[in-house]
Write a protein that binds this ligand. Structure first.
Ligand code: CND
Ligand code: ZN
Ligand code: ZN
Length: 375
């Protein structure tokens, strides 16, 4: 067995920003106390990984192993780990759930102060990395790092899931699906009969569409500058789709006319401040709620007329769809197995792990929704 020993395996290392990934042999140290080592089986490619690669998020250090939408099997556990054992199927959690911090203790929050999302240390909680390559330290990414055959995560950053779960599908519960679906169900709390506008119809936005439909929304308007995304959006529940490029007037004015003054709920799933402002302006003057799901570049600032909120609009953010991660991910996997929602519609490509650069090209060309890398 490999327990207690360093594992040599393949990983996609991002040595520096704006360069393709290099498939390298890396060393993965054994898990320390309260950590687990996971053999990754499948990992989706999310736009956030690409933001980091393009260096628009200042919180990441290079070289780094990216990926935060994976699923795998526990290889070994460190001292003191009681709820996980070798062979368990798991999903790494990019927002941990320590259960003890002020966020974890508050039922209204799903954030965790142990998260590395804001701090961006790229290290385990003891301040060290478990990855090395060619004698150099390689950083972790938001307590997950799934673009590697083996990864190490803290026990608060991993959820045990059902043994029957197909890992090549449920990996999407690690980010894209849960983020979008939960933004509609938990964060906005979309009601039956309401109207919704979803900006950006990638894996996250389409999952918002699924959530709005599940919640019983009457109108679900998809907005994207790539009309190739419309067919799938309609298949998954969008009642109509519009392309801002087809109009001379601003898109929020188009939406206001379509919906008699604005939608109940708008969702920004692109990651641009311009679409964030448009989403806020698109929701109803007196009772609309705008949910910001997209991740904008670190240096950007959102600025808008405060009168937009004065009249009664709400603007809120949603990370990981508002789900308390360790509690909710196993339940979401059970709901998937019980066919309460479908993930297959989100998967457009399946690629062997070493074709990761092809997967990012497909995303950047606007051809894929989710590419699943298989290890
Ligand atoms: P993806 O790139 O697949 O989708 C974005 C879509 O937006 C594409 O279909 C684009 O064509 C479309 N688009 C681009 N510009 C515009 C525009 N001006 N108007 C309308 N549509 C446009 O990305 P994804 O679905 O993987 O991720 C979407 C965002 O969500 C992205 O910013 C990502 O970083 C973020 C995110 C957030 C969270 C969270 O927890 N909140 C988790 N993961 C990803
Ligand atoms: Zn993501
Ligand atoms: Zn916590």
């Amino acid at each position: 067995s490999t327990r207690g020993r360093v594992i040599k395996c393949k990983a996609a290392v991002a040595w520096e920003p704006r360069k393709p990934f290099a498939i390298e042999v890396i060393e993965v140290a054994p898990p320390k106390a309260h950590e687990v080592r996971i053999k990754i089986v499948a990992s989706g490619i999310c736009r956030t990984d690409d933001h980091v690669l393009k260096n628009t998020l200042s919180v990441t250090k290079f070289p780094v192993i990216l990926g935060h939408e994976g699923a795998g099997v526990i290889e070994s556990v460190g001292e003191g780990v009681v709820d996980l054992k070798p062979g368990d199927k798991v999903i790494p959690l990019f927002i941990p759930q320590c259960g003890e911090c002020s966020c974890c203790q508050n039922p209204k929050s799903n954030f965790c102060l142990k998260s590395d999302l804001e701090k961006g240390t790229g290290l385990m909680s003891d301040g060290t990395s478990r990855f090395t390559c060619k004698g150099k330290l390689v950083y972790h990414f938001i307590s997950t790092s799934t673009f590697t055959e083996y990864t190490v995560v803290d026990e608060i950053s991993v959820a045990k899931i059902d043994d029957n779960a197909p890992l090549d599908k449920v990996c999407l519960i690690g980010c894209g699906f849960s983020t979008g679906y939960g933004s509609a169900i938990n964060t906005a709390q979309v009601e039956p009969g309401s109207s919704c506008a979803v900006f950006g119809l990638g894996g996250v936005g389409l999952s918002v569409v699924i959530g709005c439909k599940t919640a019983g929304a009457k109108r679900i308007i998809g907005i994207d500058i790539n009309a190739d995304k419309f067919a799938k959006a309609k298949e998954l529940g969008a009642t109509e789709c519009i392309n801002p490029k087809d109009y001379t007037k601003p898109i929020h004015e188009v939406l206001k006319e379509m919906t008699d003054g604005g939608v109940y709920y708008s969702f920004e799933c692109v990651g641009h401040v311009q679409t964030m402002e448009a989403a806020l302006k698109s929701c109803h003057v007196g009772y609309g709620t705008c949910v910001i799901v997209g991740v904008a570049p670190s240096s950007s600032k959102l600025s808008f007329d405060p009168m937009l909120l004065f009249t009664g609009r709400t603007c809120k953010g949603s990370a990981f769809g508002g789900w308390k991660s360790k509690d909710s991910v196993p339940k979401l996997v059970c709901d998937y197995l019980a066919r309460k929602f479908d993930l297959d519609g989100l998967v457009t490509h399946t690629l062997p792990f070493d074709k990761i650069n092809e997967g990012f090209d497909l995303l950047n060309k606007g051809e894929s929704i989710r590419s699943i890398l298989m290890f």
